[in-house]
Design a protein around this ligand. Structure first.
Ligand code: AHN
Ligand code: ZN
Length: 329
């Protein structure tokens, strides 16, 4: 009985207090945040395994058996993680006229929810090592542990977590094909290195989205997010079209303690899948990409883009940051 009176009293006192404080002039207005949701823990070992599994198929160059097998694996993983899976097949023409049997693999969560975030990465690997110090390697395909497998590996772990705990908004995870078949350095006297020679799978999807009139509030591209000592600057095109989301994500990363990866400074611009989603569908997109004044890292488009260079810590920084954004919107 006394407990109840106390409770009633404290409510009255509390509400009186609130009333009087609202009458004072210097009240601090704090932003009203959505009820915080406990973000799942991104398992870096799990993500690392998904990267290694892709690399174990061999280079995922379109028109090869490794590519076909890895594509089947990715679709079956998304299915296993409870996504509604769409597979989009297309014959795309490379810069040199080669016909590429390409496949975009799409996994959707809460497909009827109008509020959606798009998460994407390319899953194919480059048929060339045209940045390798040894010219004998120029025409060898890369393992693409970082360039290809890292972004997909992080997104597979995110898919696994989404399946374990529904974030309550729509999420589309897209693995784009034929991103990395752009004009190689050794052929630039013969072919112009235009941005259109890259990102063929994304260009196709932007013209033929898996859902007519597809919309998402914004998109996040993960490209080369697995290397030791990776750094992610605020990429130019991302800042031009999606600055508020870039700033939000970089701030989230900082608050989680990943500021050494997510550098709070503007970086250069890159031709990448996000550009074609922005231009084609008008969806603001940003690119989390390991890119600084020296380029994409010494391993980029060389034989050294292999598992030796993959860091669980980098995958964790990116994956946990993206999960935090997904679960707090
Ligand atoms: C260019 O090399 C023109 N853009 C970088 C896009 C890319 C290639 N991402 C991975 N590989
Ligand atoms: Zn590449």
């Amino acid at each position: 009985m006394t407990k109840l009176i106390y409770l009633a009293l404290s409510i009255i006192l509390f509400s009186c207090g609130a009333k009087s404080s609202s009458e004072t002039k210097d009240i601090t207005v704090t932003e009203v945040k959505k009820t915080p949701v406990n973000t799942p823990v991104f398992d870096a070992d799990s993500a690392y395994t998904y990267v290694a599994r892709q690399v174990a198929f061999g280079p995922r160059v379109p028109n090869t058996e490794s590519h076909k097998n890895c594509g089947d694996y990715l679709a079956s993983e998304l299915t296993r993680f409870g996504a509604k899976v769409y597979q989009q097949e297309a014959t795309l023409t490379a810069y040199d006229g080669t016909k590429l049997e390409a496949r975009n693999i799409i996994g959707s969560y809460n497909p009827d929810n109008k509020k959606r975030i798009l998460l994407f990465a390319h899953w194919d690997t480059r048929p060339y090592s045209d940045e390798d110090p040894n010219p004998d390697n120029y025409k060898k395909p890369i393992d693409g542990a970082d360039d290809g497998a890292s972004g997909v590996g992080a997104l597979l772990e995110i898919a696994r977590q989404i399946n374990l705990k529904n974030p309550g908004i729509g999420i589309d995870i897209i693995f784009f094909d034929a991103e990395d078949y752009g004009v190689p350095g050794f052929a630039r006297d013969k072919y112009n290195d235009t941005s259109e020679s890259w990102c063929l799978g994304t260009q196709f999807w932007a013209k033929n989205p898996h859902i007519p009139n597809y919309r998402a509030e914004f998109g996040i591209l993960l490209d080369m997010v697995g290397a030791k000592n990776a750094v992610f600057y605020k990429e130019f095109t991302s800042m031009r079209y999606a600055a508020r989301y870039v700033d939000e994500i970089w701030e989230t990363a900082r608050n989680l303690g990943y500021g050494k990866y997510f550098i709070n400074a503007n970086g250069g611009g890159v031709t990448d899948d996000h550009e074609f989603v922005i231009k084609g569908l008008g969806i603001p997109c940003l690119d989390i990409i390991n890119y600084d004044e020296n380029g994409f890292g010494d391993h980029w488009h060389t034989q050294n883009d292999n598992m030796d260079n993959i860091s669980r810590e980098t995958l964790k920084a990116v994956g946990q940051t993206v999960l935090e954004v997904v679960y707090n919107r």
